[in-house]
Design a binder for this molecule. Sequence first.
Ligand code: NAP
Length: 600
Amino acid sequence: MVAADPLSITLDPEKAALLARLADGLAPEQLYWVAAWSAARAGQTERSTGRIDAPAGTAQAPRLTILYGSQTGNARRLAEQLAARSESDGLPARLVRADAYGLRELARETHLLIVISTQGEGEPPDDARGFVEFVVGKRAPRMPGLHYAVLGLGDSSYPQFCAIGRQLDARLAELGASRLAPLGEADVDIDQVAIPWSAKALGQAREALGRTRSVTRNATVHTLPARSTHSREHPFAATVLGNQRIVSRESERAVHHLELSLKGSGLRYAPGDAIGIWPVNPPALVEQFLHALRLDGADEVTHDGRTLPLARWLGRERELTRLTRAFVAAHAAASGHADLMRVLRKENAASFAELLASHQPIDLLHRYRAVWRAEELVAALRPLTPRLYSIASSPRAVGEEEVHLTVARVEYEAFGMPHWGAASAFLSATEDAAVVPVFIETNDRFRLPADDRRDIIMIGPGTGVAPFRAFVQDRHETGARGRNWLLFGNRHFTRDFLYQVEWQEALKAGALHRLDLAFSRDGARKVYVQDRLREQGRELYAWLEGGAHLYVCGDATHMAKDVHATLLDIAIAHGGHSPDTAREWLTDLLTQGRYARDVY
Ligand code: NAP
């Protein structure tokens, strides 16, 4: 037997990062328990092999791994469904989030299904950054023994539709792996592609692996959905307990604080989670559609085997506030308008993106006249999708059967007409006792540190502050020992200081230790949260070096990117980093789960 010298056993960087993440936040007695467990496991390994060498689990029977990378929860939900289906088919499957996957395992993997979304301008979800970088990078091994299939998720209205799914699918083939099923490219109407893709991919995997008895769920990396019969597909009818405007009358934009009852739903949530809302489109907008197309809302329309009055299709079943490529194409065909045909051409991608950003479907109906039959209209409009709001309450503070959210009402004039955002108009107009269809979307990547001694830094301009209300409430209720630092920004101090009184009380009560504010439109020059970050760079870096966790919530397109760039600058200015090591430092924080983002 070879004596195991712990100092000579080194971990590869992925395992080390995973271990650090696992250990992060454990209390001393838990760490001792882990040490004892590891020692016992090492003893077993020694007894069975006579020496300690590779990590356990190298010689396994072929099995199916289902890996997902998810930003808003859709990819995770599909991967969970895939695993459940695999389970009911008697096919062993391991469900794993991309950032919990040991990258070295890839070389040994035999059957792999990947479900992954593409964000913004062709980026992977935060939890899959490391995985994607590894697979497309030079270190990826050749994988002639791997059978795989990729389901990409995206939005076909954007040029980088499913870019990450495509990239992984092509790269795995390049590395010698063989496809179990062709790449699936699911649009916002996910199930249309996901259902047949899942059937095909699982069918092929089953054929390749043969049926066996049990499923091995990797419980350490997989979050079980909340114990409730309610879900995205079967939402709970939550009663509105309160709806209050929390900005002044002069504010250019209405922001509402909503309180909903989850009583009797069985739904549970934790700070960091989001609540999914199935909106009802503004009745005035449904009227605009019917009027523009001279259609009757009472007419019965059959689509996909369901018959409903047209007004119901438009009010509750179809996206009326978001323009899509499919609708532009259908309306170009219906109106025969050359401008619309032109903008759809590949070489006009920039004009097309501009059209999507500035127009809603109703604007096209007004601008380019066409005759639509009700059935065609229902078929051409995208099915309504739920909207996610970060939860603004802690169940410890408000009770398990209540949930709060912060909603900025989207309402503006364009082309001489009022325009709305579907969910924000719906929610902000609700009255007491109204009913809202909801579900909980868990977000394990946006959690308070388990070790309550850790400091936290929360960056949340605008309604991005919502989850930090939940965090501060929760840390107060649990008597967490770490410090809480909030950076909040909005347009005007006097009009838009969301939850001002609560923050001031939290400061007094010692539940908030630092509050930095950036009101962008009060002075001659715009001031943003990242300007405050920069001013406090030295202190921020010191907090992070002391083990603080950093959270960013809000706009993904500009704010989150600018904050990211500022964090790199701070690491260079105050941590003595080069641009390269600053990037590594920040990536490390991400991998360790100490830099978490809830942005969209
Ligand atoms: P907003 O009005 O868009 O912006 C809030 C503040 O951020 C304003 O002072 C704005 O300044 C400033 N700002 C603009 N560009 C910035 C940049 N590049 N960097 C830093 N600050 C910048 O806020 P909001 O309408 O409340 O929206 C917040 C965002 O959070 C939305 O994108 C929403 O989808 C997202 N979000 C909300 C939730 C939720 O639960 N409610 C959760 C996650 C994400 P100026 O306007 O003066 O330039």
